[in-house]
Write a protein that binds this ligand. Sequence first.
Ligand SMILES: Cc1cc2nc3c(=O)[nH]c(=O)nc-3n(C[C@H](O)[C@H](O)[C@H](O)COP(=O)(O)OP(=O)(O)OC[C@H]3O[C@@H](n4cnc5c(N)ncnc54)[C@H](O)[C@@H]3O)c2cc1C
Length: 499
Amino acid sequence: MSYSTIVVGSGISGLSAAIVLAKHGRRPLVLEAHNIPGGCMQMFQRRGPDGRVVRFDTGVHYVGSLYPGQIMWRLLNYMGAEVPTMPLDRECFDRISFPGSEFCVPVGWDNVAAALKRECPDEPSAIEAYVAKMQQVEQSLNWHVLDAEVEGAYDRELYETSLQALLDQLSVSPRLRSLICAQSSLYAVSAANVPLAIHAAVVGSAIEGPHYVVGGGDAITNPLVARLRELGGELRTRAPVRRVLVDGDATRGVELATGEVIEAEEVIVATHPRTALGMIPEDSYRSVLRKRMADAEECVGAFVVYGTLDASADLTGVSARNHYLLRDADPDCFYDPQLDDPADAIVNLPPPVNGGPQLFSAMGSARMEWFGRWQESKTLKRDAGYTALKNRLTGNIMRMIEQRIPQLSGKLHVVDASTPLTLRDYVGYPQGGIYGLQPGMNSQGRNGIRRRTRYRGLYLGGAGTGTPGILGACVTGFAVAGAILGTDELIREVRGATD
Ligand SMILES: Cc1cc2nc3c(=O)[nH]c(=O)nc-3n(C[C@H](O)[C@H](O)[C@H](O)COP(=O)(O)OP(=O)(O)OC[C@H]3O[C@@H](n4cnc5c(N)ncnc54)[C@H](O)[C@@H]3O)c2cc1C
């Protein structure tokens, strides 16, 4: 078999890049190390308390920009993937719960502005300036507005100004600061370190089009894989790539861990950037760039509790929204390195599928160091001490849910929990960081990872080369395909095909 392009990694980035190239007559082969495709979109199953098998999501709790005409909807449509979705509550898709107070984030920037003004009536000008800035930033992200004209018009300020700097400049009160920063777990960087471009892209897409994917990650992965095959592309699982092969200045293909060599003129590595660095020739990037990539900080990890709800649970005012249970009103509390417990949690209640039970997940931040004792151990083979630690952390999160969402008290049944080690072992993120590398000031914009390398035909994709999340990762897949096919042409084509 001969392939035009090898894509390493079958997350949404790798699959999107492969589908776009296949649509243009290329013959891509996607190689995935794991035994199932999807990366962070993969699901896993456990027996629920009634003995029935239930399937849980890893990394698809909700996805933004999914109303018809919005960017995520367009990218999926362009690829020809039919993904069932359900909008979250328009009045309150993210309920932010602080001790003693709460705030509902509604859909749409205008509604957010109105809600913030109700909470902070003395700060209308700062609120208007903040919202106007966010909308302006979003309008300058060419893939988000599918505007080929702005391609290349790279605005350094958006990547070199932090959210905190903007809030300082607007002299916002501590309360307003907390409300604005409360959703920062969507990118896992503190306000002082997140570029405006990342905050606007990630929080903005959630604010404008928050949807559940009905059926979870499988409901994205399966149609994408089917579409790839329909277009003549291929996917091989259990195919870990050891290294990318080059010949002179050109890419030659890859060598698998088994020693098998597969040739292709183009290779796209769409894994965690640190994994990619270990696979590509050392001189693929200038040494300064390589060092910056090697030194880039990892995101904090996640501790996630998974379970089911009693059929008798009253979900009025609770379902169709995420519940951000925050320890206090400090906007950076989610990332406090002193924490030795998941002090905050995001509770997600995906819509039940095919008459199955109502599921929940509750995700708190967690540091790999907490699990240092088990670094050398293998998944599903860890000792009783690991289980005891998981149980303790689970207990803390469950107590927080029972206090802050009293309707769910006594109705929750824990099925399992995952740690940063789980993410390391199943998705290949070396430090189990929730979004891989931190999308902070020193790894974005001018400091960002380049898609092109010094080798003809060798490219990097994946969320770590752009914006975290399903949308951000999907955009990197399109962007890397654009680097091969012509970015402006591809943007125009996507716009034309989905208008
Ligand atoms: C707990 C959690 C919750 C999340 N919740 C949300 C959410 O609600 N909404 C949202 O939008 N985003 C969420 N995300 C983020 C989102 O899921 C990811 O940012 C996105 O899926 C990353 O896609 P990707 O294609 O960049 O990479 P990945 O999905 O990481 O895929 C990379 C793939 O490369 C493979 N690979 C690695 N090394 C090799 C090798 N040597 N050879 C072959 N294959 C290899 C891996 O096995 C993996 O399958 C969440 C993530 C996590 C972890």
